[in-house]
Design a protein. Structure first.
Length: 165
């Protein structure tokens, strides 16, 4: 179902792209735009929610934010948003009331090498939280799963990029 929705939405774009990891790619999995469609967001939230085991969720801005908020709302659990860089005001990287020893599942839209999500894992762990699981909509299968596993984090993806290409 999700696979068909993403394909029909044209969520995988072909062209020349530079990814967050710095890698160049001939395709781009655009979950951010796809999530702007209620039917797609509803399906993603339903699938991710069924995999959540922690008592809170977190995600890195920008792609994961709508999914994180919708999952947290649907499960009535707290959430955290992780900024890529500190901004104005209080210059916090972590948005949400930090509760030490709480277990957090991280949600991602797309995982490539795992660098961005691993920084999120480290930030939450530094704050005293337990991070044992990352759930992504799409795994680009370029090393992210292995990096997370090496750091004691289970990685679950709803789809692998080869399922959509």
């Amino acid at each position: 179902m999700l696979k068909d929705l993403l394909i029909n939405e044209g969520a995988v774009k072909k062209g020349h792209f530079v990814l967050t990891s710095g890698k160049e790619s001939e395709y781009y999995a655009d979950i951010k735009d796809a999530c702007a469609q209620p039917e797609i967001l509803r399906e993603i939230v339903a699938e991710v929610s069924g995999k959540i085991k922690a008592d809170s969720v977190a995600g890195v801005e920008l792609g994961a934010v709508p999914i994180v908020v919708a999952v947290a709302y649907s499960k009535s659990i707290p959430y955290y948003i992780i900024r890529k860089e500190s901004k104005h005001g209080m210059k916090k990287l972590l948005i949400g009331s930090v509760r030490k020893d709480t277990e957090v599942d991280i949600i991602e839209d797309v995982v490539t090498t795992g660098g961005s999500v691993m920084r999120a894992v480290e930030l939450l762990r530094k704050e005293g939280m337990k991070v044992n699981r990352v759930i992504a909509v799409i795994d680009r299968e370029e090393g992210g799963k292995e990096l997370l596993r090496e750091n004691g984090v289970e990685f679950i993806s709803l789809l692998k990029i080869k399922d959509i290409l």
